[in-house]
Design a protein around this ligand. Structure first.
Ligand code: PLP
Length: 396
């Protein structure tokens, strides 16, 4: 393993994933890092304790296990520093607490993950931050939304559930000219398919619950900052005492080693299923940036290196009064796709998307929106399952 960032960058993505974050010869050659369960760390002398003159001081500030994961994410993101938090949602909320103060104005993309919207509308509002939602297609036109007190622009591309792409470089150019920080929830792409900091984003956020953990059994989030914004992030992390647990960090690092292979498979299966759905008469539209028919496809192709395995489709339904009944019939007709939240794990999942909290974007008129997380099963089995669901919807 090399600590040389340039040499590391030249390695292929799967080689990077296998080696990132930890040198086996830092721990007797063992290929995985130890799981250090800790609160207290001892100091040898009172003077060392007073000066905090040693690498580890207390486990909220990091352990060898959490450091191994943070180092790995730094390498993958090209970041100055990364913090761990107990969920993807906490990764976004902590970021907002780090960079926003009373009286600030924040621009939040309207296709943002729903629980983040809830945080903005309740806690940020209570703390006196003025939140405004903007259209994900804004690009450079976001400038019209800027006010003298605009301090932060939050992006998420593609957007939650409806997968709108965003012109990140155009937004970054405006935001930096107006001295605002740009944050991005990059959970869908992971740094393998998009590296936000390379495109000028200041803070890159991932719900490691999804693809990095990969097995539907861990909750964790990472926040990675560039040089300019790292200090503040680290300070706020320390002040809040919100940290990731070593056991979970170990599992996420373990997941990272195979994330490239899993993503390849999620992508190939999702694309095959998306193309198959698109040709069906009972499907109005498929919302997946990797499809040439999708409005954000050109931006995706320009900036991203791949597409992960989550997308939605709009079922074609005669009238609005049938939306709920048909959506439920489809979901209840599935047996391999489980009905459950989250994504990025090994099993396929499905749900009906609720778009009623959107401020700017309007829900599709043609029918209910159904989101699929395409898992690692055989694609022929998944298609047969979807066929059963669609048949059930037709019959309902
Ligand atoms: C885009 C996005 N960001 C963040 C999160 C939150 O992650 P977690 O479930 O770990 O809180 C989710 C969860 O579904 C998500 O879809």
């Amino acid at each position: 393993m090399t600590n040389n960032e340039d040499a590391f960058k030249k390695l292929g993505p799967n080689t990077q994933l296998v080696r990132a974050g930890y040198d086996p010869f830092d721990y007797h050659g063992f290929i995985n890092p130890p799981t250090v369960r800790a609160s207290t760390v001892l100091f040898e002398t009172a003077e060392t304790m007073e000066k905090h003159d040693q690498k580890y001081t207390y486990a909220t500030r990091g352990t060898p296990t959490t450091d191994a994961l943070c180092n790995a994410i730094n390498e993958l993101e090209g970041a100055a520093g990364t913090i761990l938090v107990p969920s993807g949602l906490a990764a976004v909320t902590l970021t907002f607490l780090a960079y926003l103060s009373r009286g600030d104005h924040a621009l939040i993309v309207d296709s943002v993950y729903g629980n983040v919207r809830h945080f903005c509308d309740t806690m940020l509002a209570r703390f006196g931050v003025d939140v405004e939602y903007y259209d994900p297609s804004a690009g450079a036109a976001i400038e019209a939304r800027f006010r003298p007190n605009t301090k932060l622009v939050h992006t998420e591309a593609p957007g939650s559930n409806t997968f709108e792409m965003q012109d990140i470089p155009a937004i970054v150019a405006v935001a930096h000219r107006r001295e605002a920080i740009v944050t991005m929830d990059n959970t869908w792409a992971t740094p393998l398919y998009f590296r936000p900091l390379d495109f000028g984003v200041d803070v890159s956020i991932q719900a490691s619950t999804k693809y990095p953990a990969g097995h539907s059994d861990i909750l964790m989030g990472t926040v990675s900052a560039n040089e300019k914004h790292w200090r503040r992030l680290k300070q706020v992390n320390g002040a809040l005492g919100i940290c990731g647990a070593p056991e979970d960090a170990y599992q996420v690092l373990r997941g990272l080693r195979t994330m490239g292979l899993r993503l390849d498979r999620h992508q190939a299966s999702a694309l095959e299923i998306a193309k198959w759905l698109e040709l069906r008469d009972d499907v109005a539209r498929v919302l997946y940036p990797a499809l040439p028919s999708f409005p954000g496809h050109d931006v995706w192709k320009r900036d991203f290196r791949g597409a992960s395995g989550v997308f939605s489709f709009v079922l074609k339904v005669a009238g609005k009064e049938d939306f709920k009944r048909k959506a439920h019939a489809f979901l209840d007709g599935l047996s391999l796709f489980g009905l459950g939240y989250s994504w990025g794990g090994f099993p396929s999942l499905a749900l009906e998307v609720d778009l009623n909290d959107r401020h700017i974007l309007s829900p599709p008129e043609e029918g209910p929106v159904l989101r699929l997380q395409v898992g690692l099963e055989d694609v022929a089995d998944l298609k047969a399952d979807l066929e059963r669901g669609l048949e059930a919807a037709r019959a309902a």
